[in-house]
Design a protein around this ligand. Structure first.
Ligand SMILES: [Cu+2]
Length: 236
């Protein structure tokens, strides 16, 4: 009996060694997808975080609409900005950065990690929409010390309206933040509070609408001409 237990112990140790090695070298726990598959996923899943791991200047030159930017070199120290309960989709301009980022997230316990294996260029080549500029404030969810500990500073956050979508669909901001939406689509859209708190009126291409969120809470909104377009601002 004792011999039997020892054998099991030996096999268990042997197996765990194997599994570890497999994870590290052979079987990544993230899923490689093409840009086309990524687009389908984004269109079908409301709750996927799109993460661009390029340096800020690359991101600002052009990125997937709704993507947030955390440079791969800072990712390990900024994991608390990402909701690990959500699916997350990583991409970059090169394989090295996205592979590294995917592994960091898997190692940190993120359950659903996708990597766009043909990179940002795959998205561009497929003819999908891109956005330029920074997204200052998209991730100012109150945890960002730079924003939280600077009293008297005007807090702003930017959101985009593309045709039939708000980007990001869920925006997290600190109390006191003024959110400005810009209609980057060609259709006319509105930003209309579900509770009547604010209403942008019809916004043509390039038009903006701002609202200051001074009270913590979740503010749902929609587009009057396209009521299936929904978004929310989470304040606090
Ligand atoms: Cu609309």
């Amino acid at each position: 009996m004792k011999k039997y237990l020892l054998a099991i112990l030996f096999i268990a140790v042997f197996l765990s060694g194997c599994v570890q090695q497999t994870n590290e070298y052979l079987t990544p726990d993230y899923v490689d997808i093409s840009a086309v598959e990524a687009k389908e996923l984004i269109d079908s899943t409301l709750d996927v975080i799109i993460l661009d791991v390029a340096p800020a200047f690359d991101y600002e030159a052009g990125h997937i609409p709704g993507a947030v930017n955390i440079y791969v070199g800072e990712l390990s120290s900024r994991l608390d900005e990402l909701d690990s309960s959500k699916a997350i989709m990583i991409y970059c301009r090169t394989a090295g950065a996205s592979l590294q980022a995917a592994q960091i997230l898997v190692d940190a316990g993120f359950g659903t990690v996708y990597r766009i294996s043909d990179h940002y260029s795959g998205w561009v080549n497929a003819g999908y929409e891109v956005t330029t500029g920074s997204t200052l404030g998209e991730f100012s969810d109150g945890q960002d010390p730079e924003i939280e500990t600077t009293p008297g500073t005007e807090l702003t956050a930017l959101a985009n309206i593309v045709d039939y979508d708000y980007s990001p669909s869920e925006l997290h901001v600190a109390v006191g933040t003024t959110v400005t939406w810009t209609n980057e689509g060609n259709m006319q859209h509105t930003v209309t509070s579900n509770t009547g708190l604010f209403d942008s009126g019809l916004l043509s291409n390039g038009a903006t609408f701002s609202y200051a969120f001074d009270t913590a809470g979740t503010y749902d909104y929609y587009c009057i001409p396209h009521p299936f377009m929904i978004g929310s601002v989470v304040v606090g």
